[in-house]
Design a protein around this ligand. Structure first.
Ligand code: HEM
Length: 254
């Protein structure tokens, strides 16, 4: 039978383990979001490029005659991200104020101290809350329409489905949350500490700002591109884009 001491030691390790899981899930989501936005922004290089990226991820090259390739790949990826997302959010909730009194104390603490770490914590909580709902909605939509991604089908979601406000809010929430999260991870685990941690912290702060500006600009440019295509394509919403190279196959007279 386990001794009381052993049981206490085991229990005292649980918060550290949960912290580690929160950090690892955050790291995975942060890296995923950067890759995701780079893939989504392929629209800036043209409709053909975005379609080529989509077809690659759907493994359409293994099934060229079926539109949408293997949608299970997209749905599987969305569900995997959803699970990590929920685990990460669930673990973060442990640190939320648990009643109105704690919440008020924290707010006055933030106002009084103007301390970057506390303000950042607050930004993480608010953006995290927004993402919990909008990110879940986006993932459910993608997981239930895994074969409907492409330059026209995605753009239709922005305009004809009317989802542009969701994407816009989500973009800002994700980019602030992701960059602050990665910065805090680096500080917490001392990844780049080196000889002069103070200087490293300054450099990390600068990196965080640059990364946020870069991804928000990239996201906004892509957002404008999808909305523009969505408006132009409104009368044919739901139709797939036919790449330039395949146009003559569809209509041999051209
Ligand atoms: C495997 C999971 C995911 C897939 C396959 C995916 C796929 C896509 C696709 C195809 C688009 C283009 C619009 C559309 O077709 O609806 C898009 C846009 C977007 N996604 Fe995701 N997504 C995933 C996860 C996420 C998550 C977890 C978030 C944030 C919580 C997110 C945030 C966004 C944002 C903000 C945009 C708009 C980008 C812009 O306006 O430039 N996505 N996503």
């Amino acid at each position: 039978m386990k001794s009381l001491l052993e049981e206490r030691v085991r229990k005292s390790r649980i918060p550290a383990r949960l912290d580690l899981i929160q950090s690892l899930s955050g790291l995975a989501l942060g890296l995923f979001m950067w890759v995701h936005l780079i893939l989504v922004s392929s629209i800036l290089l043209g409709k053909d490029t975005m379609l080529a990226v989509t077809r690659l991820l759907e493994a359409s090259f293994l099934r060229p005659d079926v539109p949408g390739g293997y949608p299970a790949l997209v749905a599987g990826a969305a569900l995997t991200i959803f699970v990590i997302f929920i685990v990460h959010a669930g673990l973060a909730m442990r640190k939320f104020p648990s009643n109105w009194k704690q919440f008020r104390e924290m707010r006055s603490h933030i106002k009084m101290m103007h301390h970057t770490d506390t303000t950042q914590w607050w930004t993480q909580a608010v953006t995290g809350f927004v993402m919990f709902f909008l990110g879940s909605a986006h993932l459910i939509i993608i997981a239930s329409n895994p074969d409907k991604i492409g330059p026209y089908l995605s753009a239709d979601r922005f305009v004809t489905w009317g989802l542009w406000p969701m994407y816009l809010i989500l973009l800002f929430a994700v980019e602030f949350h992701g960059a602050i999260g990665m910065y805090r991870l680096a500080v917490k685990w001392g990844v780049f500490d080196g000889k002069n941690p103070q200087q490293t912290r300054k450099r990390l702060k600068l990196a965080k700002k640059c990364i946020t500006v870069f991804f928000i600009s990239l996201g906004l440019a892509s957002f404008v591109a999808y909305v523009k295509i969505g408006i132009e394509h409104r009368d044919h919403a739901g139709e797939r884009y036919v790449p330039t190279a395949e146009l003559h196959l569809e209509n041999p007279s051209h």
